[in-house]
Design a protein around this ligand. Sequence first.
Ligand code: GAP
Length: 509
Amino acid sequence: MDFKKLVSHCKEYGFIYQSSELYDGLAAVYDYGPNGVELKNNIKNYWWHSMVRMHNNIVGIDSAIFMHPKIWKASGHVDAFNDPLVDNKDSKKRYRADVLVEDYCAKIEGKIQKDVDKAAKRFGNSFDEHQFRTTNGRILERQAKIDSAMSKLNTGLAEGDMAALKLLIEELEIACPVSGTKNWTDVRQFNLMFNTQLGNISGEEGKLYLRPETAQGIFVNFLNVQKTSRQKIPFGIAQIGKAFRNEIVARQFIFRMREFEQMEMQFFVRPGTEMEWYNTWKESRMEWHKSLGTDANNLRFHDHENLAHYANAAVDIEFKFPFGFKELEGIHSRTDFDLKQHQEYSGRKVQYFDPELNENYTPYVVETSIGCDRMFLAMVSNALVEEPVPGSTDGSTRIVMKLPKAIAPVKAAVLPLLKNDETLVNAAKAVLGQLKKHCQVQYDEKDAIGRRYRRQDAIGTPYCLTIDHQTLEDGTLTLRDRDSLDQSRLSPEEAVTLINSETSFATIC
Ligand code: GAP
């Protein structure tokens, strides 16, 4: 579905609102509404279920957002968690230098795609896209421009060479999208951490950071968790929590936010075995995405060209968002960097005694890190479709969110056929009372039944239970399936059993 339509659907149906909308909004910060919070919680619960419940050797924690400021010095975030920033002197607008170059390349890629689409139309079934892309002169010329720009960008970023990035922007003749001029300041590094001040300590000593990743809360608790959970290496620690980044370019809805949530797992392994575990987690995380029904064609791996200061290997799982393939999750082999740094900065020994090897060592770490909000956007992008009503012959369409049943925000809706018939309403409320002990249910008696079905389709409710006059006679109700629109009659107890089993995580994990 068109991205703009998706964004307005999310608002209209109580999934996501702009933060502080009453005061004209706060950029890149969003609030989750009644359906949004249910969907987000289900995504988080499914991740927790897959990580912690399904693995005997992974345990969870919930560490504080505020941590000792030295932690961020040790982790490298104070010195190296920067984005290259550039201002346009005329519009006074601020940009990420790398994003300006990437946008320039995306425009050229758009032109290439247009040519490919045109050719595909012209040649029909005999069209070979790979051959066309690798032999067509105009495409090769354009691709060379992209490759050269990206290679210069990557070298500039890897070397931290801000002058080279400025030169590249000038060379490519990139203009400010607002003023249209090429009047740029120098490119400089901008630290992405938000900070705040403790009330009882003034100056630098009392300066705290809002964590930019949840991972450090895991590293600094490594010894506590290992000792109290008596886990042996290899084992993992999982955490879900808020992270904060002062993003310069915040756009594409909840894709890039200043306050967001991460679901991270650090897996501690013997030195020398990290690449094996890196590959295992890479495959395992890809399978997790597929378990949620995501088409394999909409997922791909993308190896990092510029490794972060702590990594010896890193890959993104990219998802095909409505605005193209973008990072959804990162899998990083973080070496022993973080634990060693915390050992050095804290002055305490952060090591593991391996009883099998009879020796102490600093474990290596493989991390899986996914943004909960990005996962939410991926799920909604996947699920929201406008389609012909199944079985209809009059050309009517419906908007339906085909979420996996296990993560749908509302599992069932209870609908009395008529709102003015007290006996039907009472029977419906009795069913509601039974069902709500098991799952998230909505009760709706307003409007004609068809409109109520459409409202439930629009938020992805897998089952609608209609209570009609036959219910009063034989106690059965009608269960309507969101996807097939099949209807069947069954007792409320049978409906509870079916809904519980069909919406359980066990169906997908
Ligand atoms: N601990 C490693 C780490 O934080 P990252 O690649 O910077 O790695 C991990 O972030 C994931 O967090 C990303 O793949 C993305 O899903 C999510 N994420 C990062 N920045 C984000 C932002 N500004 N808004 C929403 N999600 C974000």
